[in-house]
Design a protein around this ligand. Structure first.
Ligand SMILES: Nc1ncnc2c1ncn2[C@@H]1O[C@H](COP(=O)(O)OP(=O)(O)OP(=O)(O)O)[C@@H](O)[C@H]1O
Length: 285
């Protein structure tokens, strides 16, 4: 019998990254073999910094990092990682005078794909996959914000990488394109993505990490995150001062988070409820 081994796509142990006096990533550990992994957290929590380290753009100050089983601190292994991953940065710099076709083709050249036929077919394939077939020969400067985001996504998906590192991939996408993104990502082997959109996490991710102040405060399935707020959510037609957090919902009722009073109409928690409960425990909130 031949033994099969699955390479751990991501192995992060005690990773630290500091900018001046800011500890942007403060001892993060995570290990994932495959699947779609979501990073949630408020602005400045350290998500982008962590993703940049996974994409080998930044080196950690301390800790152990392995991507696709390789060590990004070693020049030869770093090159190998870069060949095998696709990265969508938070603010992708797209040459405005290029067309989407030229830009993705250029990325293919940078990734050392030397066969022009392969490059042309693959460039077309990824641009069609993100729904840009009709504009692939227009100048990028003439495209809408959501279209530009899709050009960058297409570039990340070039060559069907084993690992996709995506910083807020759904930014600027309309509802139809978001749905399209979901099916694209569910076809990928390993995806790690940051998002502020909790419904994206519910729809896409098998695992979610919640990061505050550079540290992981929760890891588990989306259902586990929602479960943190089990028996802690109730609804009423008026404000409740006993709640740690209350808000008016679209149906005109108030939703409350905290310890429900006797007789309260307790409802099933959502992912938002679990996240808000975790966020509430952070200092300064
Ligand atoms: N190049 C840099 N130089 C200095 N400080 C930085 C740099 N990059 C990030 N930081 C700081 O590190 C912290 C984490 O930033 P990061 O961009 O990783 O957060 P984030 O969770 O991605 O935030 P957002 O949700 O707003 O994108 C912040 O305090 C930020 O100001």
């Amino acid at each position: 019998m031949i033994a099969t081994t699955t390479t751990t796509a991501l192995h992060v142990e005690g990773v630290v990254k500091t900018f001046g006096r800011t500890r942007a990533v403060d001892g993060v550990s995570l290990t994932e073999a495959q699947g779609v992994i979501g990073l949630l957290g408020p602005n400045g929590a350290g998500k982008t910094t962590l993703l940049r380290m996974l994409a080998t753009v930044l080196a950690p100050d301390a800790g152990d990092l392995r991507v696709l089983g390789l060590d990004p601190a070693r020049a030869d292994e770093r090159v190998e990682i870069r060949r095998r991953l696709g990265y969508l940065p938070q603010n992708p710099g797209l040459y405005p005078g290029f067309t989407p076709f030229d830009l993705v083709d250029y990325v293919a050249i940078l990734k050392e794909h030397t066969d022009p036929t392969w490059r042309r077919d693959e460039t077309r394939r990824v641009l069609e996959a993100v729904g840009l077939e009709d504009v692939m020969h227009r100048k990028i400067r003439t495209l809408s914000g959501g279209m530009k985001q899709r050009v960058a996504l297409a570039a990340a998906m070039l060559g069907s990488p084993e690992l996709l590192v995506l910083d807020e991939p759904a930014t600027g996408l309309d509802p139809e394109q978001r749905l399209q993104l979901r099916s694209l990502l569910s076809a990928s082997r390993t995806v790690v993505m940051s998002t502020h959109n909790i419904s994206e996490v519910a729809a896409l991710c098998q695992r979610v990490y919640v990061v505050f102040h550079g540290a992981v405060h929760f890891s588990g399935s989306p259902a586990d995150l929602a479960g943190l707020a089990a028996e802690r959510v109730w609804e009423d037609d008026q404000q409740d001062p006993r709640a740690i957090r209350s808000w008016l919902t679209a149906t005109g009722t108030f939703r409350h988070l905290g310890d429900p009073p006797a007789g309260a109409a307790v409802v099933d928690p959502t992912l938002d409820d679990g996240y808000l409960l975790l966020a509430r425990r952070q200092p300064g909130r």
